[in-house]
Design a protein around this ligand. Structure first.
Ligand SMILES: NC(=O)c1ccc[n+]([C@@H]2O[C@H](COP(=O)([O-])OP(=O)(O)OC[C@H]3O[C@@H](n4cnc5c(N)ncnc54)[C@H](OP(=O)(O)O)[C@@H]3O)[C@@H](O)[C@H]2O)c1
Length: 354
């Protein structure tokens, strides 16, 4: 999806790299039929093979890491640095990934490379949405971002294992009374008639850290995730079985992830991803509430669209060399208008009261 959108939106040639050549070759062949005037090729590369990565990157200008390969971040980043190319990933937020990339920051800057991490939607959009709201207030005092999604298409068991591993690191922190502190309770958000009002739990994202310093009027900021969908198979089959499976061995973890991945197909509609920011503050002496909602039937599409919207800003040379989070790197006005142009529904409502 990222490759297709990139070819539609930018003048680029692409090499699709994957550890199974037949799979990436089939996608490359399909793309070549639609985009005849582009150079589109496929190569076999395993993200755990440093020499293979170096060979692949020697012929590239930029790498988009769209695989569940957080454990290989150092190899991918080192190979990109050695080749002197740019880097983008939209993997889950991860302390290890961020620490690895930060340890390379000086070398990234010295090499004049542009590395963008924490791309996509979550991470990727929350801090950007707060920045979008801030200038619309004279004084923005509270900004709460909330996310919910329901899909019947599951990522691979390996991706689920990666997500589960990272999820364990997440902390329920929100910014309140001048400090990041543990959230005391779930908070309810209105996800329209699609999902109704859902209790959501706080989840700290690194990209939010700088917001209270940047927007001096902010008293409260947080990111919240709505309870994930469940279905009869998950409730009565997958979860009871997986709770009995020991998680110490990788084999058992794969088995458990396969069961959960299979169970996602029983999720009932609506299939929708929604992310919104609710801002409270003051404008012209009036108390103002503003809500900005982004939604789309496919969470995969929004991840691809957000990644491509960021890459378009890189390609137009609007992101200087250095190590960036997507949310910090992009111009929020352009990002939102590109997301809308690509097909993401954007709604904004404002209520003012004396
Ligand atoms: N930031 C966001 O908003 C956001 C949203 C969605 C997903 N994500 C993240 O994006 C990544 C991809 O997600 P997805 O849903 O596309 O997952 P997916 O459908 O499960 O695909 C994972 C891909 O990674 C490849 N892969 C795994 N290990 C590899 C290795 N050692 N070398 C090369 N390729 C390898 C797999 O190749 P094979 O086909 O050979 O198995 C597969 O193509 C994940 O890290 C996911 O958590 C982020």
């Amino acid at each position: 999806m990222i490759a297709e959108l990139l070819l539609q939106q930018a003048d680029v040639d692409l090499t699709l790299a994957g550890r199974r050549l037949a799979k990436v070759q089939a996608v490359a062949d399909e793309l070549r039929q639609k985009h005849e005037n582009r150079q589109i090729s496929a190569i076999q590369v395993d993200a755990g093979d440093l020499a293979g990565l170096e060979k692949a990157f020697a012929r590239a200008d930029f790498v988009v890491v769209s695989s569940s390969t957080i454990e290989h971040t150092r190899f991918v980043a080192e190979a990109a640095l050695k080749a002197g190319i740019g880097y983008f990933d939209h993997q889950p937020t991860s302390r290890d990934k961020i620490a690895t990339l930060k340890s390379l920051k000086t070398r990234i800057i010295e090499a004049g490379c542009c590395f963008i991490t924490e791309g996509g939607v979550i991470p990727g959009l929350p801090a950007m949405l707060v920045r979008y709201l801030a200038p619309r207030f004279d004084r923005l005092e509270s900004a709460q971002v909330a996310f919910v999604m329901q899909d019947d298409k599951a990522p691979s068991p390996e991706t689920l294992i990666e997500l589960k591993t990272q999820w364990k690191q997440y902390q329920p922190l929100v910014f309140k009374q001048g400090t990041w502190q543990l959230a005391e309770q779930m908070v309810e958000f209105d996800f329209t008639e699609s999902f109704g009002t859902k209790p959501c739990m706080a989840c700290y994202l690194d990209e939010l850290e700088s917001l209270p310093k940047e927007i001096a009027s902010l008293r409260e900021v947080g990111f919240y995730i709505g309870a994930l969908a469940s279905n009869w198979f998950m409730r009565w089959v997958a979860r009871p079985i997986t709770s009995l499976i020991p998680t110490r061995s990788l084999g058992f973890r794969r088995l458990s992830a396969r069961l959960l991945s299979w169970g996602i197909r029983f999720n009932p509609p609506p299939y929708l991803m929604m992310i919104m920011v609710e801002g409270r503050g003051w404008c012209n002496g009036e108390s103002v509430f503003m809500r900005l909602r982004l939604s789309h039937p496919s969470s995969y599409f929004v991840t691809a669209a957000s990644s491509v919207a960021c890459l378009l800003q890189y390609l137009s040379q609007d992101i200087p060399p250095g190590l960036w989070y997507q949310a910090d790197a992009v111009d929020d006005e352009r990002m939102l208008s590109d997301l809308q142009r690509l097909g993401v529904k954007v709604e904004i409502e404002t209520v003012a009261s004396h």
